[in-house]
Design a protein around this ligand. Sequence first.
Ligand SMILES: *Cc1c(COP(=O)(O)O)cnc(C)c1O
Length: 379
Amino acid sequence: MTKRILLSSPHMSGNEQKYINEAFETNWIAPLGSNVDGFEKEISAYAGVEDSAVLSSGTAAIHLALELVGIGQGDTVFCSSLTFVASANPILYLKAEPVFIDSEVETWNMSPDALATAMADAQAAGKLPKAVIVVNLYGQSAKMDELLEICNLYDVPMIEDAAESLGSSYKGKKSGTFGKFGIYSFNGNKIITTSGGGMLVSDDIEALTQARFLATQARDQAKHYQHSVIGYNYRMSNILAGVGRAQLEVLDERVQARRDVFDRYAQALGEIEGIHFMPELEGTYSNRWLTAMTLDPEMIKITPYELMDVLDAENIEARPVWKPLHLQPLFEGCKFYPHAEDDVVSVRLFETGICLPSGSNMTVEEQEKVIDVIKEALL
Ligand SMILES: *Cc1c(COP(=O)(O)O)cnc(C)c1O
């Protein structure tokens, strides 16, 4: 059997061991230490934010962001529907109610039209959401200007789920820096990884100081162990932060490699009638974390699932586009706002979309094999 071509596998830089060894030599194995501080400073400088708090996962970062904007039982939180479940799970941790917002076609991300309708309805009902979670899917930034204008009009804070878009930018500003809080993920399949981990970023230094406090069991300043609020064990270890520092050094290279992967797919397959690649909105720069495309059922004779099976038989991993959260059994009964009354964009993208192997460590030969198998299956 040939080696399986994976969707997105970890890609080490070779420098990770240096930072890990430093941690061992100084015996800073336990949480916190110079790698934790260093990784936070380096991410802040890279993204152009005042402060960052490194955590055990991107999900933990979303949880703390929601906690910091004051979400509690019975509150409403708006969230992109076309995303991974981790974007919305923390809403349930806090016993708040998610309302899902559809996508639009130019970015596949939150539709400003749907958000505007949802906000107007919420205001009319006398209960605005306490936050809006905007996701940047597969590296593509959402329409931030339009979305922020709506959030600001109603004075509702935005939390930017940039788990998939570290290294991307929107009008020259780094993805993850538009909302009150932004979050990144360093899970094993993301563009850079610490095997598992996340980051909460913001210009609000006081809020991030509070985030670190909550992430280390919320211990009050006292000689004895004293606690007044619920805390979490959410900090990243000093060892893993060392891996993150070495990974951050090569982030821009990884972005370029993934963009090259995208370009090769688009060149080889873009001419086929009925194939459409995920667009890159003008003025934005996507890290192209995953190359995603849709197959028009009117023009392409096989479905994305059939194509995934064909690829799987050749030992190639491909995946569907995220199943919209408003269709998930977990969120049954939650409200959903479509892009237009007769057009549910997220469901259309889910039904016709497929994500191709996109790792920055994939060889050109491997990619050519994927392209050949797809051409064979479609033509
Ligand atoms: C990966 C991911 C997360 C969660 O990050 P973890 O570090 O795995 O907890 C959240 N949102 C999106 C959109 C993701 O892709």
